[in-house]
Design a protein around this ligand. Structure first.
Ligand SMILES: *Cc1c(COP(=O)(O)O)cnc(C)c1O
Length: 375
């Protein structure tokens, strides 16, 4: 029997409806409502940070974070090539230049051993992006940042609740950013957040989020900001989702462990690392990388899975191969072979919180069937 398994289905099993009703009943729907502050405090507490600044999505969280740091014009910011475009666009919009690093072939995160060789006199910051369920190896990265006096921007969108050496992801950066898109561990539909400890950075982020209004006289501005505010309605969802974060993380780990059992040893597939010395995989999504035993690329494999009712998403496409950046003359002639392979041979299978045991087993069986077809 064919099942239809979407790549992600969110789960609203807590106080979501109750809190949404509170918004309607009290009339507090804008960013002025009380759930915004509660959500900010909740996320800051989860990560052991002093301040949270909620915004309308994760991409603009990165924009605000970069602009709040006020790096000198044309500063170089080191980042992985293999990530979402929001990381690079935030650096560029802040007047800085992204400098790329290849990925580690096993963790799929930025290869930290390559970072120091890219540091120049213009380097002012490093952006660490935790991907798919395993964090970037932060300890050596923080050592490099300290040695060269570099700021750290952390993109922890995919790893709410993850830890690196027992320290929460989202606590490492001078600024740390999150997204609450429906496939993230906490969702508000659309939403994002910046966490920091520095009071000045906090004020700067708040100001940029809200059009850089000044306290003395409303509608007078000394700088240009944005309306990147989040609504009380979105934050209400966030507060409810955050209350059950532990159950969410348990379910993610369960889904990942089941897929590992069911797909273990299947020839042609490189599965995610269950753990490294610094972290256990949280399986934000369950990625699969095809090796040379499988004919064709991820696109063909995904097409066949989709025909069997299994939703998939391709891996990221590396920054150095983005037409928009090539047009701008960025990264010309650069190659990052691990990132290029991930982009062509990698994809992920359903891992939403609503996934049932039956669906997990069905998905794994379909993956094995497609492996048979393409081996
Ligand atoms: C989801 C995500 C973002 C962007 O978040 P949006 O809320 O969709 O703008 C940024 N970085 C990473 C690593 C993400 O996974």
């Amino acid at each position: 029997m064919m099942l239809n398994v979407p790549v992600n289905e969110p789960l609203f099993s807590g106080n979501e409806k109750k809190y949404l009703n509170e918004c309607i009943d009290t009339g507090w729907i804008s960013s002025e409502g009380p759930f915004v502050g509660r959500f900010e405090t909740g996320m800051a507490d989860l990560c052991g940070r002093k301040h949270g600044i909620a915004v309308c999505n994760g991409s603009v969280a990165l924009d605000v974070a970069l602009q709040a740091l006020e790096l000198p014009p044309n500063s170089e910011v080191i980042m992985p090539s293999f990530t979402i475009i929001s990381c690079a666009s935030a650096i560029i919009r802040a007047g800085c230049t992204p400098v790329l690093i290849d990925s580690d072939a096993l963790t799929w995160n930025m290869d930290v051993s390559q970072v120091e060789s890219k540091v120049t006199s213009k380097t002012k910051a490093i952006m660490a992006v935790h991907l798919y369920g395993l964090p970037v190896e932060m300890q050596p990265l923080m050592e490099i940042a300290a040695k060269y006096d570099l700021k750290v921007i952390e993109d922890a969108a995919e790893e709410i609740g993850q830890k690196c050496d027992g320290i929460p992801c989202g606590s490492f950066g001078n600024v740390s950013c999150f997204s609450f898109y429906p496939n993230k561990h906490v969702t508000t539909g659309e939403g994002g957040m910046i966490l920091c400890d520095d009071n000045e950075l906090y004020e700067k982020c708040r100001s940029l989020r809200n059009l850089c209004f000044i306290p003395e006289r409303r509608f007078v501005h000394r700088e240009l900001g944005y309306n990147f505010r989040i609504s009380n309605i979105q934050a209400a969802l966030g507060v409810a989702q955050l209350e059950k974060i532990e159950a969410t993380l348990r379910k993610k780990r369960y889904i990942g462990a089941r897929y590992q059992e069911l797909l273990n040893g299947v020839k042609g597939l490189q599965l995610p690392l269950p753990k490294t010395v610094y972290a256990e995989n949280l399986y934000w999504v369950f990625g699969i990388l095809l090796d040379e035993c499988i004919s064709g690329d991820a696109k063909e494999f995904e097409k066949r899975l989709q025909a069997r009712g299994v939703g998939t998403r391709p891996f990221f496409w590396p920054m150095h191969e983005q037409p928009v950046f090539q047009k701008q003359g960025l990264f010309s002639g650069e190659h990052y072979p691990v990132a290029e392979n991930l982009a062509r041979k990698g994809f992920y299978i359903p891992s939403g919180l609503a996934l049932t045991d039956e669906q997990i087993e069905y998905v794994a069986a379909q993956v094995k069937a497609v492996v048979e077809e393409l081996s």
